[in-house]
Ligand binder design. Sequence first.
Ligand code: APR
Length: 176
Amino acid sequence: MGNLRIIKGDITTCQVDAIVNAANTSLLGGGGVDGAIHRAAGPELLEECRTLNGAVTGEAKITKGYRLPAHFVIHTPGPIWQGGSKGEAGLLADCYRNSLALAEANGCRTVAFPSISTGVYRFPIEQAARIAVREIRSFLNEARVVEEVTMVLFNEEVKAIYDAAAAESAADLAEK
Ligand code: APR
């Protein structure tokens, strides 16, 4: 079974097969981690993104990584938080599931995620962390190609929330 790691860092420096970008539905860049990834990858990334014709929330599309250390970038628009009754939790789960399926299909052994939707899109971090850990762990149970998934958090506070979610999920599994 593959391994879930949780670290503090800048996802644009990760030496992995694929990094995931918390994009918007245009896939044409933006602020936050999206902006950081485009700046680090260089202009060819946007040129390739222009050929993708956008993506719906929860969908994932893959491009090359260009000047990034990562070989691929997987772009997924997360849900914008609207109070929790518009299917946001399911759409966030789709982001993780579809990104991991795309990584598997493209031969990626190692994948790194940012904390999707918890910045500009204001998804409550505690709930987002539980969804991320649950989806990554259930994927790793079945994965044949992906061996390691890293959650890359931008600060200690967010990392502590993901660490707690991972510990909680491990405890749940132990009880079963
Ligand atoms: N590495 C890792 N994590 C990062 C980095 C980085 N270099 N830069 C920012 N983050 C973190 C933020 O601190 C936050 O915890 O990524 C998380 C996601 O925040 P956003 O980037 O705001 O993404 P999101 O909430 O999904 O909003 C997406 O913002 O940037 C625009 O184009 C993007 O419209 C889209 C929206």
